[in-house]
Design a protein around this ligand. Structure first.
Ligand code: PGA
Length: 252
């Protein structure tokens, strides 16, 4: 049985004070609740240490939104896996489509980042997904296959077991236009079949595959009831505690 995981990606939102308020609200909403769903919160770098302190004693895990693959050195503005570990991160989002498009991250860079995260015991949330143009040109499965195979290149099955995959169709991110449950399920099934063909039935059965792209309380239930959708990576709707908690409740 795969556990459901709901992760909130705050993106470049919330300064330190706003982070403290949002975490406090989320914690208050969870008092007395005993959800089976795993919750991960990914604030900006500047709020990680404080968020970690606020989350002590809760079952919520901390994740970062990005990292660099080198250990240390002259890489102005970058953050290493060890630095993330030192402020309490357990997870890190890698290969988000905003990183791929705005910051021109390639499959090769993403592969190096996945390797560096795993080498430091950080669990990656590895994002893949097609653009609207790719979908309209019937390239969805080709793109997903390429991103998955290239991203996981040279990684062993035991390492891949620590990776969460997030299918995020780029055309659905921040647009309010989510994939229909059938569209999402179709790609999730494709990813699972690919994992089986390339690796093993065990990996295919046990890998968590989240859906991301305009997940909100109104569509979360239907999306997460699909057999191959194991939770959500939430952007916009995680910036308000009540909508984020409603999505967690849908996962339950
Ligand atoms: P969204 O973002 O929920 O605002 O569409 C999702 C994501 O980018 O992970």
């Amino acid at each position: 049985m795969r556990t459901k995981i709901v992760a909130g990606n705050w993106k470049m939102n919330n300064d330190l004070n706003a982070s403290i308020s949002l975490i406090s609200e989320i914690k208050n909403s969870l008092i007395g609740k005993n959800y089976k769903t795993k919750i991960i919160i990914c604030p900006p770098f500047t709020s990680l240490e404080t968020t970690n302190a606020l989350l002590k004693g809760t079952s919520i895990s901390l994740g970062a939104q990005n990292m660099y693959y080198e250990e240390s050195g002259a890489y102005t503005g970058e953050i290493s896996a060890k630095m993330l570990i030192s402020v309490g991160c357990e997870f890190v989002i890698i290969g988000h489509s905003e990183r791929r498009t705005i910051f021109k991250e390639s499959d090769e860079t993403i592969n190096l980042k996945l390797k560096a995260a795993l080498a430091n015991n950080l669990k990656p949330i590895f994002c893949i997904g097609e653009t609207l143009e790719e979908r309209e040109n019937d390239k969805t499965f080709d793109v997903i296959r390429r991103q998955l195979i290239a991203g996981l290149k040279d990684l062993g099955e035991s390492e891949i077991q620590s990776i969460i995959i997030a299918y995020e169709p780029v055309w659905a991110i921040g647009t309010g236009k989510n994939a229909t449950p059938n569209q999402a399920q179709e790609v999730h099934k494709f990813i699972r079949d690919l994992l089986q063909r390339e690796y093993s039935t065990y990996l295919s059965d046990n890998t968590i595959i989240q859906y991301g792209g305009s997940v909100k309380p109104e569509n979360a239930n239907e999306l997460m009831s699909q057999p191959d959708i194991d939770g959500a990576l939430v952007g916009g709707a995680c910036l308000k505690s009540d909508s984020f908690i409603k999505i967690v409740e849908s996962a339950e």
